[in-house]
Design a protein around this ligand. Structure first.
Ligand SMILES: *Cc1c(COP(=O)(O)O)cnc(C)c1O
Length: 342
């Protein structure tokens, strides 16, 4: 199909990831992660994050998030998240399933972003034995609504977590886009800001299939390999998940891809702002643009061949990826302009 901006995972595999898989595809290698590429990728994460984190790989974000959360709680514990959180809205109950019942406690947020006040309110609401005990907070960076938590915002959340005895998990399915947006060192927005576990998305960053789970507190990683295996997430030909990471972390493609996607989002937003009758729901902070469109306008845009989601973050969502083509952005602007003018 012609290029669409419905989701960043409509894009294919970026050349760096493809080449890394091809290079790993020579001869035989030990299975289940006992191969040189997996060792190299794990080391590349430790270098990038400047710490001795424990590194695991899963096939997708649902598994990475669910297994990470399950490893941080017992079945009678609960996990605090925002109402827009992917773990709540788009994982089919997998976090509850893989944790054997740990309940998600959902904060009603204004914009999909969790605050210290939300966490305090949920924890204070009930302290009796009849309620699942809060044990983990999960935040999405950037959020499903396209917002980026600043370093100070993450620090404020982790301070409350420490005070209340909660672990802090970060769903970073677009973590690279957040780093590109903030221009900060990956360590500054994760372990140095109090994040215990990060799910770092590779798929939306240009890989075929791979999400990394990083434990900054090694004690919490104990037996995580067994958890992955039991959940069907231990790749036997692991090198094809890990080789793209090794290459893209070493050569900087992870950040370049995210920068390109973020730049495309800003380019669309800048042009939308020039079109009378079109309104952004907010200026993009990462690789997503959310535009206010009436139902008839959405229909007219779809009739012109465009695919987009409207159930995430309100408005029509356009997501950009490593391969987003400026001429397709021009075409989208032209069609949007025509739709609002008619
Ligand atoms: C895409 C996405 C994921 C991962 O989804 P999978 O389809 O399971 O790979 C996780 N969290 C967020 C916020 C996402 O947008």
């Amino acid at each position: 199909m012609t290029q669409q901006f419905a989701s960043d995972n409509y894009a294919g595999i970026c050349p760096e990831a493809w080449q890394a898989m091809a290079e790993a595809n020579t001869g035989h290698a030990s299975a289940y992660g006992n191969d040189p590429w997996t060792a190299r990728a794990s080391e590349a994460f430790r270098t990038l994050f400047d710490t001795q984190c424990e590194v695991f790989f899963a096939f997708n974000g649902t598994a990475a998030n669910s297994l990470a959360l399950a490893s941080l709680c017992q079945s009678y514990h609960s996990v605090i998240c925002a109402d827009a959180a992917h773990v709540e809205t788009d994982e089919c109950g997998a976090p509850e399933f893989f944790s054997n019942g740990s309940k998600l406690l959902v904060a009603h947020t204004a914009d999909g972003k969790l605050t210290p006040a939300h966490i305090e309110e949920i924890v204070a609401k009930r302290t009796d034995i009849h309620y699942p005990k809060p044990r983990v907070v999960t935040i999405t960076q950037p959020t499903e609504t396209g917002l980026v938590y600043t370093v100070d915002e993450v620090k404020a959340i982790s301070a409350v977590c420490r005070q209340l005895g909660l672990s802090l998990h970060m769903d970073g399915s677009r973590f690279a886009n957040a780093c590109a947006s903030l221009g900060c060192h990956p360590a500054d927005i994760t372990w140095k800001a109090g994040v215990d576990v990060l799910c770092f998305g590779g798929t939306k960053n240009g890989m075929a299939v791979s999400e990394a789970v990083l434990f900054f507190n090694p004690a919490q990683a104990v037996d995580f390999d067994y958890r992955c295996k039991q959940a069907g997430q231990l790749a036997s030909k692991m090198r094809f998940l890990s080789a793209p990471w090794a290459s893209m972390l070493e050569n900087g493609a992870w950040l370049r891809n995210a920068e390109h996607a973020n730049t495309c989002a800003r380019a669309l937003a800048d042009r939308i702002q020039q079109v009378p009758g079109l309104e952004l729901l907010g200026y993009p902070q990462a690789n997503g643009v959310f535009i206010k469109l009436s139902e008839p306008q959405q229909e007219a845009l779809r009739a012109r061949g465009w695919q987009f989601y409207t159930f995430i973050g309100g408005g029509a969502r356009f997501m950009f990826a490593w391969d987003s083509d400026p001429t397709r952005i021009d075409a989208l602007v032209n069609d949007l302009t025509a739709v609002v003018a008619s």
